[in-house]
Design a binder for this molecule. Structure first.
Ligand code: FPP
Length: 246
Protein backbone atom coordinates (compact mmCIF):
# COMPACT_ATOMS: atom_id res chain seq x y z
CA UNK A 1 0.00 0.00 0.00
CA UNK A 2 1.33 3.41 -0.89
CA UNK A 3 1.63 5.55 2.21
CA UNK A 4 1.01 9.27 2.28
CA UNK A 5 4.08 11.34 1.70
CA UNK A 6 4.15 14.73 0.12
CA UNK A 7 6.69 17.45 -0.27
CA UNK A 8 5.40 20.81 -1.44
CA UNK A 9 3.93 20.71 -4.97
CA UNK A 10 4.49 16.98 -5.20
CA UNK A 11 1.75 14.62 -6.47
CA UNK A 12 -0.04 12.63 -3.78
CA UNK A 13 0.13 8.89 -4.29
CA UNK A 14 -3.23 7.28 -3.78
CA UNK A 15 -3.45 3.95 -1.97
CA UNK A 16 -4.42 0.88 -4.01
CA UNK A 17 -7.31 0.10 -1.74
CA UNK A 18 -9.96 2.77 -1.88
CA UNK A 19 -13.12 2.82 0.25
CA UNK A 20 -16.17 1.57 -1.58
CA UNK A 21 -18.50 4.25 -0.22
CA UNK A 22 -17.38 7.76 0.74
CA UNK A 23 -19.92 10.15 2.27
CA UNK A 24 -19.52 13.93 2.41
CA UNK A 25 -21.13 16.50 4.70
CA UNK A 26 -20.78 19.68 2.65
CA UNK A 27 -20.47 21.99 5.63
CA UNK A 28 -19.09 25.50 5.96
CA UNK A 29 -20.66 27.29 2.98
CA UNK A 30 -22.22 29.97 5.18
CA UNK A 31 -18.96 30.69 7.00
CA UNK A 32 -17.08 30.79 3.69
CA UNK A 33 -19.43 33.55 2.50
CA UNK A 34 -19.41 35.41 5.83
CA UNK A 35 -15.61 35.56 5.85
CA UNK A 36 -15.87 37.44 2.54
CA UNK A 37 -18.74 39.69 3.60
CA UNK A 38 -21.07 37.95 1.13
CA UNK A 39 -24.63 36.62 1.59
CA UNK A 40 -24.85 32.93 2.60
CA UNK A 41 -26.31 32.01 -0.80
CA UNK A 42 -22.94 32.88 -2.38
CA UNK A 43 -21.35 30.29 -0.13
CA UNK A 44 -23.81 27.66 -1.34
CA UNK A 45 -23.09 28.60 -4.93
CA UNK A 46 -19.39 28.01 -4.33
CA UNK A 47 -20.31 24.82 -2.46
CA UNK A 48 -22.26 23.58 -5.46
CA UNK A 49 -19.32 24.37 -7.76
CA UNK A 50 -17.10 22.40 -5.45
CA UNK A 51 -19.57 19.53 -5.36
CA UNK A 52 -19.16 19.22 -9.15
CA UNK A 53 -15.37 19.38 -8.85
CA UNK A 54 -15.25 16.69 -6.15
CA UNK A 55 -17.67 14.42 -8.05
CA UNK A 56 -15.40 14.73 -11.09
CA UNK A 57 -12.36 13.80 -9.02
CA UNK A 58 -14.16 10.84 -7.42
CA UNK A 59 -14.95 9.58 -10.92
CA UNK A 60 -11.39 10.10 -12.12
CA UNK A 61 -9.91 8.08 -9.27
CA UNK A 62 -12.51 5.33 -9.53
CA UNK A 63 -14.60 5.60 -6.36
CA UNK A 64 -17.64 3.35 -6.68
CA UNK A 65 -20.19 5.04 -4.45
CA UNK A 66 -20.32 8.59 -3.08
CA UNK A 67 -23.00 10.34 -1.10
CA UNK A 68 -23.59 13.98 -0.24
CA UNK A 69 -25.68 15.71 2.42
CA UNK A 70 -27.30 18.46 0.37
CA UNK A 71 -30.38 19.36 2.43
CA UNK A 72 -31.56 17.99 5.76
CA UNK A 73 -35.06 17.70 7.20
CA UNK A 74 -34.00 20.52 9.56
CA UNK A 75 -32.74 22.89 6.83
CA UNK A 76 -36.29 24.08 5.99
CA UNK A 77 -36.12 26.40 8.98
CA UNK A 78 -33.42 28.53 7.33
CA UNK A 79 -34.44 31.92 5.89
CA UNK A 80 -36.65 31.56 2.79
CA UNK A 81 -34.08 33.36 0.63
CA UNK A 82 -31.44 30.77 1.53
CA UNK A 83 -33.78 27.79 0.99
CA UNK A 84 -34.82 29.22 -2.39
CA UNK A 85 -31.19 29.67 -3.39
CA UNK A 86 -30.46 26.03 -2.54
CA UNK A 87 -33.48 24.81 -4.52
CA UNK A 88 -32.30 26.82 -7.51
CA UNK A 89 -28.84 25.24 -7.27
CA UNK A 90 -30.34 21.71 -7.22
CA UNK A 91 -32.62 22.55 -10.09
CA UNK A 92 -29.80 23.96 -12.25
CA UNK A 93 -27.67 20.93 -11.52
CA UNK A 94 -30.46 18.54 -12.46
CA UNK A 95 -30.85 20.25 -15.83
CA UNK A 96 -27.36 19.18 -16.69
CA UNK A 97 -27.25 15.40 -16.41
CA UNK A 98 -25.87 14.36 -19.80
CA UNK A 99 -22.53 13.73 -18.09
CA UNK A 100 -24.16 11.14 -15.81
CA UNK A 101 -25.61 9.39 -18.84
CA UNK A 102 -22.41 9.34 -20.90
CA UNK A 103 -20.43 8.10 -17.93
CA UNK A 104 -22.95 5.43 -16.98
CA UNK A 105 -23.42 6.84 -13.52
CA UNK A 106 -26.54 6.18 -11.50
CA UNK A 107 -27.91 8.96 -9.31
CA UNK A 108 -30.51 8.53 -6.61
CA UNK A 109 -31.96 10.89 -4.02
CA UNK A 110 -32.19 9.87 -0.38
CA UNK A 111 -35.03 11.41 1.58
CA UNK A 112 -38.68 12.31 1.29
CA UNK A 113 -39.09 13.99 -2.08
CA UNK A 114 -42.84 14.50 -1.69
CA UNK A 115 -42.41 17.90 -0.01
CA UNK A 116 -40.53 19.52 -2.89
CA UNK A 117 -42.24 21.72 -5.46
CA UNK A 118 -43.56 19.63 -8.40
CA UNK A 119 -41.04 20.94 -10.93
CA UNK A 120 -38.12 19.93 -8.71
CA UNK A 121 -39.50 16.54 -7.69
CA UNK A 122 -40.16 15.74 -11.34
CA UNK A 123 -36.57 16.62 -12.26
CA UNK A 124 -35.28 14.33 -9.50
CA UNK A 125 -37.51 11.46 -10.61
CA UNK A 126 -36.43 11.96 -14.22
CA UNK A 127 -32.74 11.77 -13.29
CA UNK A 128 -33.35 8.66 -11.17
CA UNK A 129 -35.28 7.03 -14.00
CA UNK A 130 -32.83 7.89 -16.78
CA UNK A 131 -29.77 6.77 -14.81
CA UNK A 132 -31.38 3.64 -13.32
CA UNK A 133 -29.78 1.25 -15.84
CA UNK A 134 -26.23 2.27 -14.90
CA UNK A 135 -23.94 0.74 -12.32
CA UNK A 136 -20.41 1.97 -13.02
CA UNK A 137 -20.67 4.54 -10.29
CA UNK A 138 -23.33 5.58 -7.81
CA UNK A 139 -24.03 9.12 -6.60
CA UNK A 140 -26.44 9.44 -3.69
CA UNK A 141 -27.75 12.91 -2.88
CA UNK A 142 -29.54 13.39 0.43
CA UNK A 143 -32.35 15.95 0.15
CA UNK A 144 -34.96 16.52 2.83
CA UNK A 145 -33.13 13.69 4.52
CA UNK A 146 -32.73 12.81 8.20
CA UNK A 147 -31.24 9.58 9.52
CA UNK A 148 -33.79 9.21 12.33
CA UNK A 149 -36.61 9.96 9.93
CA UNK A 150 -35.26 7.25 7.61
CA UNK A 151 -35.21 4.70 10.46
CA UNK A 152 -38.71 5.63 11.64
CA UNK A 153 -39.92 5.23 8.07
CA UNK A 154 -38.29 1.80 7.81
CA UNK A 155 -39.98 0.74 11.08
CA UNK A 156 -43.33 1.91 9.73
CA UNK A 157 -42.88 0.00 6.46
CA UNK A 158 -41.93 -3.19 8.31
CA UNK A 159 -44.89 -2.82 10.68
CA UNK A 160 -47.22 -2.43 7.70
CA UNK A 161 -45.81 -5.60 6.15
CA UNK A 162 -46.26 -7.47 9.42
CA UNK A 163 -49.87 -6.31 9.76
CA UNK A 164 -50.50 -7.39 6.16
CA UNK A 165 -49.09 -10.82 7.04
CA UNK A 166 -46.19 -10.50 4.56
CA UNK A 167 -43.55 -10.93 7.28
CA UNK A 168 -43.49 -12.17 10.88
CA UNK A 169 -42.25 -9.74 13.59
CA UNK A 170 -39.65 -12.32 14.66
CA UNK A 171 -38.16 -12.22 11.13
CA UNK A 172 -37.25 -8.54 11.45
CA UNK A 173 -33.47 -8.44 11.60
CA UNK A 174 -30.75 -6.01 10.49
CA UNK A 175 -31.05 -7.13 6.90
CA UNK A 176 -34.79 -6.46 6.94
CA UNK A 177 -34.26 -2.95 8.33
CA UNK A 178 -31.49 -2.18 5.83
CA UNK A 179 -33.86 -3.34 3.09
CA UNK A 180 -36.31 -0.55 3.93
CA UNK A 181 -33.78 2.30 3.98
CA UNK A 182 -33.35 4.79 1.14
CA UNK A 183 -29.89 3.26 0.63
CA UNK A 184 -31.26 -0.24 0.02
CA UNK A 185 -28.77 -2.19 -2.11
CA UNK A 186 -25.91 0.30 -1.67
CA UNK A 187 -22.86 -0.43 0.50
CA UNK A 188 -22.50 0.89 4.04
CA UNK A 189 -20.37 4.01 4.40
CA UNK A 190 -16.64 3.24 4.71
CA UNK A 191 -15.40 6.79 5.04
CA UNK A 192 -17.36 9.83 6.25
CA UNK A 193 -15.75 13.19 5.52
CA UNK A 194 -16.84 16.38 7.28
CA UNK A 195 -15.04 19.62 6.56
CA UNK A 196 -15.47 22.92 8.43
CA UNK A 197 -14.30 21.86 11.88
CA UNK A 198 -17.55 20.44 13.24
CA UNK A 199 -17.08 17.01 14.81
CA UNK A 200 -20.52 15.45 14.44
CA UNK A 201 -22.70 13.39 12.15
CA UNK A 202 -25.76 15.69 12.21
CA UNK A 203 -28.27 12.90 11.52
CA UNK A 204 -26.63 11.85 8.22
CA UNK A 205 -26.64 8.13 7.36
CA UNK A 206 -26.62 7.13 11.02
CA UNK A 207 -27.39 3.44 10.35
CA UNK A 208 -25.04 3.19 7.38
CA UNK A 209 -22.14 4.74 9.33
CA UNK A 210 -22.16 2.06 12.06
CA UNK A 211 -18.59 1.04 11.14
CA UNK A 212 -17.53 4.06 9.10
CA UNK A 213 -14.19 5.73 9.62
CA UNK A 214 -14.44 9.49 10.17
CA UNK A 215 -12.25 12.20 8.69
CA UNK A 216 -12.59 15.76 9.91
CA UNK A 217 -10.80 18.86 8.66
CA UNK A 218 -11.11 22.57 9.44
CA UNK A 219 -11.21 23.49 5.76
CA UNK A 220 -14.60 24.87 4.68
CA UNK A 221 -16.47 22.88 2.01
CA UNK A 222 -15.99 25.41 -0.85
CA UNK A 223 -12.22 25.17 -0.22
CA UNK A 224 -12.12 21.37 0.09
CA UNK A 225 -9.97 20.40 -2.89
CA UNK A 226 -9.39 17.08 -4.67
CA UNK A 227 -5.97 17.04 -2.97
CA UNK A 228 -7.71 17.22 0.42
CA UNK A 229 -9.85 14.26 -0.58
CA UNK A 230 -6.73 12.33 -1.56
CA UNK A 231 -5.27 13.04 1.88
CA UNK A 232 -8.43 11.65 3.50
CA UNK A 233 -8.19 8.52 1.35
CA UNK A 234 -4.56 8.01 2.29
CA UNK A 235 -5.41 8.49 5.95
CA UNK A 236 -8.25 5.97 5.60
CA UNK A 237 -5.97 3.37 4.00
CA UNK A 238 -3.66 3.48 7.02
CA UNK A 239 -6.45 2.73 9.49
CA UNK A 240 -7.10 -0.70 10.95
CA UNK A 241 -10.75 -1.62 10.70
CA UNK A 242 -11.79 -4.43 13.00
CA UNK A 243 -15.60 -4.34 12.76
CA UNK A 244 -15.90 -5.40 16.38
CA UNK A 245 -13.31 -8.15 16.08
CA UNK A 246 -9.75 -8.14 17.43
C1 FPP B 1 -24.09 23.30 5.11
O1 FPP B 1 -23.31 24.47 5.23
C2 FPP B 1 -24.53 23.17 3.73
C3 FPP B 1 -25.81 23.04 3.33
C4 FPP B 1 -26.96 23.01 4.26
C5 FPP B 1 -26.16 22.95 1.89
C6 FPP B 1 -25.22 22.13 1.06
C7 FPP B 1 -25.62 22.24 -0.34
C8 FPP B 1 -24.79 22.56 -1.36
C9 FPP B 1 -23.34 22.74 -1.23
C10 FPP B 1 -25.34 22.66 -2.72
C11 FPP B 1 -25.11 21.34 -3.36
C12 FPP B 1 -25.81 21.30 -4.52
C13 FPP B 1 -26.02 20.30 -5.37
C14 FPP B 1 -26.06 20.70 -6.75
C15 FPP B 1 -26.28 18.91 -5.00
P1 FPP B 1 -23.84 25.66 6.15
O2 FPP B 1 -24.69 26.55 5.35
O3 FPP B 1 -24.52 25.09 7.36
O4 FPP B 1 -22.50 26.36 6.54
P2 FPP B 1 -22.17 27.10 7.91
O5 FPP B 1 -22.13 26.01 8.97
O6 FPP B 1 -20.84 27.70 7.66
O7 FPP B 1 -23.24 28.10 8.16
Amino acid sequence: MAIFSKKKDEELTLPEKLPEHVAFIMDGNGRWAKKRGLPRAFGHREGAKNFRKIVRHCKDIGLKCISFYAFSTENWCRPKEEVDALMKLFSDYLDDIHELLTEKTRMIFLGDKSVFPDYLREKMLKVEEETAPYDEMFILIAVNYGGRDELARAAKLLAQKAVAGEIRPEDIDEKAVAGELYTKGYPDVDLMIRPSGELRLSNFLIWQCAYAEFYFTNILWPDFTPDELDKALIDFAARQRRFGGV
